[in-house]
Design a protein around this ligand. Structure first.
Ligand code: GRF
Length: 197
C-alpha cells in the first residue's frame, strides 16, 4: 500500500510508520510526506529517510479551496492508496476526500473530545480512561468511521503533557498495527463500520 503521510509537527507517528515500513513484510511504503508548514521535525524525519516531501501553506493561497486543491494535486502526484493524517492540524475539504481514502489519528476515544485538544479536554473532564482513535476522515471534525482504538489510563498527577505523551506511545502502536493490517488484509467501510480483512 502506497502511503502519503501528512504532518504538522514532531512527526513521531510518521517515524513509527517509517520504521515499520523498513520491514518488507509490513506491506506498506511511505512514498511522500506532506505538510502545511515549513521547518518542522516531521519533514526533517522524511528528509533523513530519503522520502519526497512537499509543503502547501494555507496562507499562500487566495482561498481555502485553492489550498485544498493544491494539496490534493501534490498528494495525487504520488498516487497513494491511502493518505494518513498523522498530527496534521488542518481539515481538508470535500474535493480532497472525494479523491483519496484518508485516515486520521486522534488523541482521544472518539466520539469523546473531538478537536484540537483531545488530551487536555479529557483531563479537564476528569475521565479515568482516555486513548486514541484511528478513523476514516469524513466531512466532520473527528467524526468518521472508526478503524481502531486503544485505551490509556489517566493518572491522578497527569498534566496535559504527561497524558498526551502516554497516549502517543499507545497511538503510534495502534496506527502501525492498523495500517499494517489494512495493507496486508484489505479493508472496507459499510456505514459506520470499518472491517479489516
Ligand atoms: C498526535 O497525538 C495526534 O493524534 C495529534 O497530534 C499528535 C501528533 O504527534 N493530532 P506527532 O507529530 O506524530 O509526534
Amino acid at each position: 500500500m502506497r502511503l502519503v503521510v501528512l504532518v504538522s509537527g514532531s512527526g513521531t507517528n510518521l517515524q513509527a510508520l517509517l520504521d515499520a515500513c523498513a520491514d518488507p513484510g509490513y506491506g506498506s511504503t511511505v512514498v511522500a510526506v506532506g505538510a502545511d508548514r515549513d521547518g518542522i521535525e516531521g519533514l526533517a524525519r522524511a528528509e533523513r529517510a530519503g522520502i519526497a516531501t512537499f509543503v502547501r501553506r494555507v496562507r499562500d493561497y487566495p482561498a481555502r479551496a485553492d489550498w485544498d486543491r493544491a494539496l490534493a494535486e501534490a498528494v495525487a502526484e504520488h498516487e497513494p492508496d491511502l493518505v494518513v493524517s498523522a498530527g496534521f492540524m488542518k481539515l481538508v475539504g470535500g474535493d480532497f476526500l472525494d479523491r483519496f481514502r484518508m485516515v486520521n489519528t486522534h488523541p482521544a476515544l472518539c466520539p469523546a473530545f473531538p478537536g484540537m485538544h483531545g488530551a487536555a479536554d479529557a483531563l479537564a473532564y476528569g475521565v479515568k480512561v482516555t486513548g486514541a482513535t484511528l478513523f476514516v476522515v469524513d466531512a466532520g471534525v473527528d467524526t468518521g468511521p472508526i478503524v481502531a482504538q486503544v485505551a490509556v489510563p489517566v493518572a491522578d498527577d497527569d498534566d496535559e503533557a504527561t497524558l498526551h505523551e502516554r497516549i502517543k506511545v499507545a497511538e503510534r502502536q495502534m496506527l502501525v498495527d492498523a495500517v499494517g493490517r489494512m495493507a496486508r488484509e484489505g479493508w472496507s467501510v459499510e456505514g459506520r463500520r470499518v472491517r479489516i480483512g
